[in-house]
Every structure is written in structure tokens, then in C-alpha cells.
Design a protein around this ligand. Structure first.
Ligand SMILES: Cc1ncc(COP(=O)(O)O)c(C=O)c1O
Length: 356
């Protein structure tokens, strides 16, 4: 049976990336070595990481005064990492919280340094972007551009009137374009849009490199100086990231993925709205995520049947996060139009069979 993988992450990879990875596990670029055996200080790895860096600059239009770091520990490590850097002793970290991951960040930050929570309901988000309040004392403002569990996305962060944003982009990096002007630092675990777990992409403005005297793996300055090679990096995850960036460029870059994401998410939201007698779509229009569509059935039995029948048809990964329940459709960069059509036809039949 053909599988249609809508998992929230680790997520579907384009099949070309899986097959190139398989080949490289066997014999990396005819070196006679597996990619799993390549040393991180070898010439081959140096070439790989340099061309990944070029790809990243190409895709994200990274300015020359921004550094790129590849780190381990996932996005969760970033809570500890960020809190210990960025002028830890002197500066207040504000946290704009729009969902679960932002709340976790705030909780972790506040165990380490002076932090302040700014919690917003979905309705407040739009106004917030236009007329921010209460940010005067906030030196850095952290936010999660896409709340993967709650389906809330804040794509307009460039309009926020604060010039030092720190952004967790774990679940929407690479799916729309943005400017760097008011961004101090962004980060994302690779396992949704950019590859597999094990590596986080971190990009920041060099002017925010403070001289904290942290131990090695917490030391932003040292890690940047050593160009991600302070210790042994996750070589295979970095290799897959390189393949994903090659593929993104080949497909047409961010512009292609942004258009695709608008098209695919609009189609599904429109269809889901037509089932309003059966469903609750909890996120209001402005902040609806294009990366994770969240909804709940009003009838729990019907929801269970929906998941069972979807699985029988090879549609996987639709169950909501264990903390929230409901349904979550994750629409990352690798999701094809054919997958959307298949899911859409499945839903059409399911709701017709159940009395729509
Ligand atoms: C937006 C966001 N932030 C942070 C995390 C945590 O990531 P990790 O498991 O890489 O630590 C996730 C995981 O799904 C996420 O979606």
C-alpha cells in the first residue's frame, strides 16, 4: 500500500533525499567510505559543510554579518543555550507566548535569567503586530513563529516593533520568506522542513555575540569561532541537511515552497470549513498555521473512526499532539500536491458517508 506521511516530525523526506542517503551510506561519492565513517575534520566533510553554507546563504538570503551554526540538542537545547548567552547578566528576555513550545521556552529561560512572559490570545496577535505594548523594558524578544502543537503561526514578525527578535522556527523554516532587519537570532531543529533529527540550524547577527564565559557547548562565541566544529558534529544529519538544501534550490527556493504552502493549506482549510457541522477549527483566520492544520471533531467516536479509516487508506500521522488530542495535518515542504489530493478525496468521502 502506498503511504501518505503527514507526520509532524520527524517528517516525510522527498524520496530523492532518501535514495541519495542510502547511496551515501554505501559509498560516499566514490570515496570507498560510508558517509557514516567520514571524519568531521576530513577534506570531504569540509567540502560538504562549505557547500551547505553556500546553499543556506542562497536559500535564506543571509546577510554577510550573520553567522550560521549547526548544533545538537534539538530546539529544546536552545532554551538553555539562548538563556546563557545574549548578555545574560544585563538584559531582559521577553517571551511572546502563543502556544506550548513558547511556554516551554519561557519556563526554561526563567530558571536561568531574568525573563518576562507576554502571553497573547489568538485574537490579540494581529493587533500586537501593529501596535505593540509593554516592550520598553524587553531587550530581546523570543517567539515561536509556528506553534506546531497549537497550529498558531506568526509570519508577520518582521512587523513587530522590536529590533532584537529571537525566533524558534522549528516547524516553518524554509516555508516563507522574511527579512533579517529585526532578527537577532533564529533557530530550528531540522526534522520537519530541513531533514532529520540531530542537527539544529542557528543563524544570528554577529553584533549580538557577547563574551559570556560559558563552558564549551554553551559558549556561543566559541562555537561560532570554530564554525560548528568545536566538537564532533552530527555528520550524517548535516549530510541530509545538505541534500535537503540542494533539493530546495532545485525546486525553486523559498518562493516555490511559500506558494505551495499557501495553495495547499488554503485548499484544505476551505474544505474543512465546509464541514463546520462536524468540526471545530480552533485557530482564527489571521494566525492559522500553514504548516500544521489543527481541528477537533465534535463527536469523539467520529474522530476515532476518521483516524482508523485514514490509517487503513495509508494516510499516517494525522493524530493531534498527545497533550491536545484532535487531528493535526502537517504540511511541510515535502508534501506533494498528489498527497493533498488523496487526503482531500479521503475526507470528502468520509464526510459524505457520515451524513454531510
Ligand atoms: C516549534 C517547536 N519548538 C521546539 C520543539 C522541540 O524540538 P526538539 O524535539 O528538537 O527539541 C518542537 C518539536 O516539535 C517544535 O515544534
Amino acid at each position: 500500500m502506498q503511504i501518505y506521511n503527514f507526520s509532524p516530525g520527524p517528517a516525510r523526506l522527498d524520496p530523492s533525499i532518501v535514495s541519495k542517503s542510502q547511496e551515501a551510506v554505501g559509498n560516499y561519492q566514490k570515496t570507498g567510505l560510508s558517509i557514516l565513517e567520514i571524519g568531521h575534520r576530513s577534506k570531504d566533510f569540509e567540502i560538504l559543510i562549505n557547500s551547505l553554507q553556500e546553499n543556506m546563504i542562497n536559500i535564506f538570503n543571509i546577510p554577510s554579518d550573520y553567522f550560521t551554526l549547526l548544533l545538537q540538542g534539538g530546539a529544546t537545547y536552545q532554551n538553555t543555550f539562548i538563556a546563557n548567552n545574549f548578555d545574560k547578566e544585563n538584559k531582559l528576555l521577553g517571551c511572546l507566548v502563543t502556544g506550548t513550545w513558547g511556554r516551554y521556552s519561557f519556563e526554561d529561560f526563567s530558571k536561568i535569567r531574568d525573563s518576562k512572559i507576554i502571553e497573547l490570545s489568538q485574537d490579540e496577535i494581529e493587533n500586537y503586530v501593529q501596535t505593540p505594548w509593554d516592550l520598553d523594558d524587553v531587550d530581546y524578544l523570543h517567539l515561536t513563529s509556528n506553534e506546531t502543537i497549537n497550529g498558531v503561526q506568526l509570519r508577520d514578525f518582521n512587523k513587530i516593533q522590536h529590533d532584537s527578535l529571537l525566533i524558534d522556527m522549528s516547524s516553518d523554516i524554509g516555508s516563507y520568506s522574511f527579512e533579517w532587519d529585526n532578527l537577532a537570532y533564529i533557530y530550528a531543529g531540522a526534522q520537519k522542513n530541513m531533514g532529520i533529527p540531530g542537527v539544529s540550524i542557528c543563524i544570528g547577527n554577529e553584533k549580538y555575540l557577547s563574551s559570556e564565559d560559558n563552558s564549551r557547548y554553551l559558549n556561543l562565541g566559541q562555537l561560532v569561532e570554530k564554525k560548528s566544529l568545536l566538537n564532533t558534529p552530527p555528520t550524517f544529519s548535516i549530510y541530509v541537511l545538505k541534500l535537503v538544501t540542494d533539493w530546495m534550490i532545485e525546486m525553486g527556493g523559498i518562493k516555490y515552497f511559500e506558494e505551495k504552502s499557501i495553495r495547499q493549506s488554503s485548499k484544505l482549510y476551505e474544505q474543512l470549513e465546509s464541514y463546520e457541522d462536524f468540526l471545530i477549527l480552533p485557530v482564527s483566520d489571521y494566525s492559522r498555521s500553514r504548516s500544521n492544520i489543527i481541528f477537533k471533531f465534535t463527536n469523539e467516536d467520529l474522530e476515532k473512526n476518521f483516524l482508523i479509516e485514514a490509517t487503513e487508506k495509508g494516510i499516517l500521522g494525522l493524530n493531534g499532539h498527545r497533550s491536545e488530542g484532535g487531528i493535526r495535518i502537517s504540511l511541510y515542504n515535502s508534501i506533494t500536491n498528489e498527497m493533498i489530493d488523496y487526503l482531500s478525496e479521503f475526507m470528502d468521502k468520509f464526510f459524505t458517508d457520515n451524513g454531510k
